[in-house]
Ligand binder design. Structure first.
Ligand code: PMP
Length: 421
């Protein structure tokens, strides 16, 4: 049996209809932006392998730091114990986050970072004897696949089956000039029940690479602060340069109370989640009463290998070269957006930082299940490019080390696809 046959015999893949999906492609090596399959075929990873890889695959510097760490300490229970990597990473992360962030809570993926954030908010109120149970979230949001993260995500085909089991959430439209005042009134009318407002700052990824303006998010955050409602910025996707600045919150005047990170945190090398919070939130859990403890922790909390990968990724991220690359991609995307912006097949081209999204005109509703998706996906795979459209929204979200030639090749293939589909 070859690898694909063995795979299909024993493996259930994520987000995959196993009856109809094409067989998986066995990848044997990654180098820079390129993945190689067992036949030596090369694929440009234009989606950074589910948005995690920011410095290219198998980066030698990260690999070396991980290897060194492996020979020193691979894992240690993080309750009652600590280690250098976890402390250094927390110190370095807090140094580059909005200055109200003062404590780091580790977990091991984006969804768990969100679960921790929600529990922090709900228990923050509970611990002070003022329980609040409602959460405010954005329509079309995506915060992960665990139950709490699903509950605060927009209702969609992903959540429908579980609808009756999800806790109650107030959903609002993306804030804009027209609706901001009515959203503010809505917040004021439920403020004593409202534990927190959770949002993906400026960019809703899985919702279809939907983008919105900092100005109205700022206004809403300021209103939440005035009304004593906590705010959670989910930077799982937007963190570490994706939006052109280090963090999407760097585009804002307001500072969130809680921030969530994963994906690019380790350069895509290891699974790691981080939830950061203000001193005030942390303080609400300090007590002689053990019942006020945050009872949350995962076996692999602050895994030393993951922390070593994150520290190495941070070194690369903070190098001038990476910021130059981010700007270079941003400029080239902007030029391409101008070039194709008025293409009759496209409803809209939008861009933030290193992400450009092209929404195909389908005459109907935007849908994750648009059959255009499969056609485009296969078209680009044949051209040696991994692009996974979200329904009729095609987007490029590359590792920052992608070359101008590789970008130009992707743009050319997209223009070709626009002629066909
Ligand atoms: N939040 C956002 C904004 C995301 O894009 C994702 C993953 N796509 C998550 C949370 C969940 O992260 P994970 O897949 O690591 O659980």
């Amino acid at each position: 049996m070859n690898l694909v046959e063995r795979d299909l015999k024993v493996i259930w893949h994520p987000y995959t209809q196993m009856q109809t999906a094409a067989p998986p492609i066995p990848i044997v090596k990654g180098e820079g932006v390129v993945l190689f399959d067992e036949n030596g075929e090369a694929y440009i990873d234009a989606v950074s392998s589910w948005w995690v890889n920011i410095h290219g695959h198998s980066h030698p510097y990260i690999a070396q730091k991980v290897a060194e760490q492996l020979l020193k300490l691979e894992h240690v229970i993080f309750a009652g114990f600590t280690h250098e990597g976890a402390v250094e990473l927390a110190e370095r992360l807090l140094a580059i986050l909005p200055n109200n962030q003062s404590k780091v809570f580790y977990s091991d993926n984006g969804s768990t970072a969100i679960e921790v954030a929600i529990k922090m908010c709900l228990q923050y109120w509970h611990n002070q004897g003022m329980p609040r149970t409602k959460v405010l979230a954005l329509k079309n949001a995506y915060h992960g696949d665990t139950f709490g993260a699903m509950a605060v995500s927009g209702r969609s085909a992903f959540t429908n089956v579980f609808e009756s089991l999800l806790f109650e959430v107030e959903f609002i439209d993306l804030p804009d000039a027209n609706n901001i005042e009515s959203i503010k009134s809505q917040v004021s009318s439920i403020k004593t029940d409202l534990a927190c407002f959770i949002f993906e700052p400026l960019l809703q990824g899985s919702g279809g690479m939907l983008m919105y303006e900092a100005e109205y998010l700022d206004q809403l955050m300021a209103h939440c602060r005035a009304e004593n409602v906590l705010t959670i910025a989910d930077e799982v996707l937007t963190g570490f340069g994706r939006t052109g600045k280090r963090f999407a919150c760097d585009h804002l005047q307001q500072q969130p109370d809680i921030m969530c990170f994963s994906k690019g945190l380790t350069g895509g090398t290891m699974a790691l989640g981080v939830t950061t919070c203000t001193q005030a939130i942390y303080d609400a859990f300090l007590s002689d009463d053990k019942l006020k403890t945050l009872f949350h922790g995962h076996s692999f909390t602050a895994n030393p290998i993951a922390c070593a990968a994150a520290l190495a990724s941070m070194d690369l991220f903070l190098s001038p070269e990476t910021m130059e690359n981010i700007q270079r991609i941003e400029e080239r995307h902007a030029r391409f957006a101008l070039k194709i912006g008025h293409h009759p097949k496209l409803k809209e081209v939008r861009q933030i930082g290193t992400i450009i999204a092209m929404e195909w005109e389908t005459g109907g509703q935007t849908s994750y299940f648009s059959n255009l998706r499969d056609k485009l996906y296969q078209h680009f795979l044949k051209a040696g490019i991994i692009l996974r459209p979200l329904g009729n929204v095609l987007y490029i979200l590359p590792p920052y080390c992608i070359s101008n030639e590789q970008l130009d090749y992707i743009y050319t293939e997209i223009e070709a696809a626009l002629e066909i589909f």
